[in-house]
Design a protein around this ligand. Structure first.
Ligand code: GAR
Length: 295
């Protein structure tokens, strides 16, 4: 039961328990405060039932939500609880329904600096939203970034990804229209590529077609670029097909390599290019490819 709830909320185990505790504390505190407020208002068992009911309802409908947000904030889970409240207010028709946006999912495996930039860029975007972060590495920093941004996280397992349904039903449940890979180190199974034809982007930290392929990720790439004596490196954003880093390149940007360059300093330059361009390239790509074909 807990695992189902954890999946529904899209939280890592640790955050799930923090959120669970926040709900528990809110329930107890609301009950305690309701009792205190009734006493403070001078009510007892002889007071009119509708007065008592009114106070209870007020505490349940209004007090509970304020206390929940307060615990959420104190426990570092503001984004989750704020989204929870907005959803509730929309369900109760107190707020108008959220604007329909094109939902995208990010796949990431590690530090997640690109994923964070993308989530921040689309946070208030009028037509695109990041609705899911998929990660294959428990404890990766990117999970923490997503939770801070209030983006549901799905931790995936190798067996189901490569030999099962590749999590396509989960992506469909979230109505995901586009997938962007941001430092995701597993190969994408053919079934997933087929489910998102020309709707999946990857970023690669070098100027493809050179320095791509299996094993070419992170500092391995920068080391290979330096070893080859290239004068420049850069980034490539490309469509994903069944071969590592071989899909059609839709964007590249380059940076010079200095004589004393190290893999680390080159990685920093490349990261700067990635952060500056990837969110905008995704935006243009999604907008251009979401539009229904005319004629
Ligand atoms: C990025 O530089 C990305 O281009 C690279 O991993 C890094 C992830 O950094 N991807 C690959 O090498 C894929 N072949 P981040 O986790 O800080 O975004």
């Amino acid at each position: 039961m807990f695992t189902k709830l954890q999946d529904k909320w899209g939280l890592s185990s640790r955050t799930f328990w923090i959120v669970f505790i926040a709900f528990g504390l809110t329930g107890t505190t609301t009950a305690f405060l309701t009792r205190y407020v009734t006493l403070w208002l001078g009510m007892d068992a002889n007071s009119e039932w509708y007065y008592r009911l009114g106070v209870r309802l007020f505490m349940l409908l209004f007090g509970y939500q304020v206390i929940l947000l307060t615990y959420g904030f104190l426990l570092g889970q503001w984004a989750f609880f704020w989204k929870y409240e907005l959803k509730l207010l929309r369900k109760l028709k107190i707020l108008p329904p959220a604007a329909l946006k094109t939902p995208i999912a990010i796949f990431a495996s590690g530090a997640g600096s690109n994923a964070l930039k993308i989530m921040q860029y689309f946070e208030q975007h009028p037509t695109i939203s990041v609705d899911l972060l998929i990660c294959n590495k428990p404890g990766a920093a990117v999970i923490h970034h997503a939770e801070k941004q209030g983006v549901p996280v799905l931790l995936i397992e190798k067996d189901r990804f490569f030999r099962g349904d590749a999590y396509i039903p989960v992506l469909q449940q979230h109505r995901i229209s586009f997938i962007v890979l941001a430092g995701f180190l597993w190969k994408i199974p053919a079934s997933l590529i087929a489910a998102y034809p020309n709707k999946m982007l990857n970023i690669h930290p070098a100027l493809l077609p050179k320095f791509g392929g299996k094993g070419m990720y992170g500092e391995n790439v920068h080391q290979a670029v330096l070893d080859s004596g290239e004068k420049e490196s850069g980034i490539s954003i490309h469509l994903v097909n069944e071969h590592f880093d071989e899909g059609k390149v839709i964007f590249q940007s380059s940076c010079p390599i200095e004589p004393n360059e190290t893999p680390h300093s080159l990685a920093q330059k490349v990261h700067q290019l990635e952060h500056a361009h990837y969110p905008r390239v995704i935006e243009t790509f999604v907008i251009e490819n979401s539009q229904p074909a005319t004629n």
